[in-house]
Ligand binder design. Sequence first.
Ligand code: 13P
Length: 252
Amino acid sequence: MRQKIVAGNWKMNKSFQEAEDLLDEILEIMEEEKGENPQMVICTPFPYLELATDMMDEFHPKIGAQNVCEFENGAYTGEISANMLNSVGVEYCIIGHSERRKYYAENSGSLVKKLDLLLNEGITPIFCCGEVLEEREADKHFDIVRAQVEEALFHLNSDEIRNVVIAYEPVWAIGTGKTATSAQAQEMHAYIRALLNVKYSKDISEEITILYGGSCNAKNARELFSNPDVDGGLIGGASLKAEDFFKIYKSF
Ligand code: 13P
């Protein structure tokens, strides 16, 4: 279901105590905000997921993980399964983030498996795609994103794809302070929606939530979110401070 979403990706930040304090602060600010649109999602490191799901009430916000194992269970030392995430109340999971593609060789082959396992557990995947700077400069950004979307997502049937959130994160904008312009974001989001239209249907393409990520902050969120095909944001650095994150959340 298409929904306005502001999701925070804490990445590998915060001690347990700092995580608890930040969640407390967010909950305090969110006290008055009982609703599901926009939906706030907080993707914490693995060790804090149970703390986070325990702290949330039934409405708001939802808790997400930042990765999941591509295998179901068994002898995969150091890995975390989709079933484990579900068992501690996790409702979203980021997959295919450019940092994982770059440092951990995440590719479409493993993403296909991760998607299937998450959907089986009723966890909403937040599937990330996006081009690096050289690809944009060579005018290949549409081709790159199309390949990423097709290879990882297009094995899903119409019912399954409805349960996926897509995040367009141009890699050159992540953690750089260099945000995509509002027009660049809208153009790519509309392109992704057009791909979904061709593969599935107009109705399905209109049902899918597409988030923007990459140096999105309290100053630029409103303009980015005002675009017809931008349904919210996946926020890194600015999600680590409750006030900034809340300002972004209120930017629709
Ligand atoms: P920044 O907001 O820090 O640029 O990070 C974006 C991101 O990677 C979210 O997943």
